[in-house]
Design a binder for this molecule. Structure first.
Ligand code: PHE
Length: 360
């Protein structure tokens, strides 16, 4: 039988250069398939003389077996190569260090808001909110600050623009969280116990003042609430917040149009080597304004002052955050300086709660 060597060489070469399963199958069909060249040659055997058929058949079988073996070998080689490639591409160096945690931090003001919310929630206060762009009525009139009252000047108010022919008083950026007292009483009536943390705005800027800062308002109205309840609540809060066994508060008589009587509250502290300590020493730091809610304020919020009374206070959140965490400059709070945020910020996993200890 002529040409068998050439035939074999042709298919072995084709197998050698096949690069994938599909190419291999093509070669297999062309050579060994039912309509392949080897099969075609096989079918010519029947017409041969017995001697010649025997010899040709044997040769054909040898060639067929060789091609078959080469096919299997190539298949195995391709599979090996594929596995090698996978091992190379899916290789992982398990000795590398883990990825660093995300670098974002919780701002000290947000952290302190969480802390004081946890403390007041424990005393039965819920959280109330109000808008930052406030009407002049909620920010002033309802709080017993009529238009000509000097307290309006003291507040260094930012006014929103109005059309020049619009006779209504302009809206303001709220100058304190006290308007939320009015909104909360109008919405819930009495009795009521709420705190209202949030942003407030005044035209003021130096080391201890920023044009935007944070306050938390407190309001407790019931039938027989007194200054004694106010004092206990504030002392309890300061002890929990500053995490000291005892605090001493000083109530200084003061004046706010919306409380009567009114008191500003200082906390006893010491400054040693630039280090501030709460609860001991002979310095005092003012942290809040407070008093018994003025009957006119209750009345403007629809609460009957002959039936109900209570206390209110407004505390500077930035201020108590500076005190607790030893942050010297208020302006840095709002600079968005990443180095400052990484230094003073908190991990997002530090959720303040009373049983776990408030801070890290
Ligand atoms: N609103 C006052 C301020 O911003 C604080 C305050 C609140 C005083 C409630 C008394 C009662 O200074």
């Amino acid at each position: 039988m002529d040409g068998l060597d050439a035939l074999k060489a042709k298919y072995l070469a084709a197998l050698g250069s096949a690069t994938g399963e599909a190419a291999l199958e093509e070669v297999r069909l062309a050579a060994l398939g039912k309509k392949g060249e080897i099969s075609a040659l096989m079918s010519t055997l029947g017409k041969m003389e017995p001697e010649a058929r025997k010899a040709a058949g044997a040769m054909l079988n040898v060639v067929k077996d060789e091609i078959d073996a080469a096919l299997r070998a190539k298949k195995a080689a391709l599979a090996d190569a594929a596995l090698d490639e996978r091992l190379r591409s899916e290789w992982l160096d398990v000795t590398l260090p883990g990825r660093p945690r995300p670098r974002g931090t919780i701002h000290p003001v947000s952290q302190v808001m969480e802390e004081l919310t946890a403390i007041f929630a424990d005393m039965g206060f819920s959280v109330a909110e109000g808008p930052q762009v406030e009407s002049d009525w909620y920010n002033f009139d309802a709080l017993n600050i009529p238009p000509e009252h000097p307290a309006r000047q003291e507040h260094d108010t930012f006014f929103m623009a109005r059309a020049s022919d619009d006779p209504r008083p302009p809206h303001v950026l709220r100058t304190h969280t006290s308007p939320v007292q009015i909104r909360a009483m109008m919405a819930q009536g009495a009795p009521i116990r709420v705190i209202a943390p949030g942003r407030v705005y005044r035209m003021d800027m130096d080391q201890t003042h920023a044009p935007m800062f944070h306050q938390v308002e407190g309001l407790a109205i019931d039938r027989d609430i007194s200054m004694a309840n106010l004092k206990w609540t504030l002392e309890e809060f300061c002890r929990a917040f500053f995490e000291v066994p005892s605090v001493e508060l000083r109530f200084r008589a003061s004046h706010f149009p919306f409380t009567e009587p009114s008191a500003e509250v200082d906390i006893r502290c010491s400054w040693k080597d630039g280090q501030l300590k709460i609860g001991e020493g002979d310095s005092w730091l003012e942290i809040l304004g407070s008093g018994m809610v003025h009957p006119k304020v209750l009345a403007s919020a629809g609460v009957d002052p002959t039936q109900w009374q209570g206390f209110a206070f407004g505390m500077g959140i930035d201020r108590i955050a500076m005190l607790k965490y030893g942050i010297p400059d208020l302006r840095a709070f709002f600079d968005s300086d990443l180095r400052w945020l990484r230094h003073y910020g908190f991990s997002s996993l530090d959720m303040p709660n009373l049983p776990g200890g408030l801070s890290r």
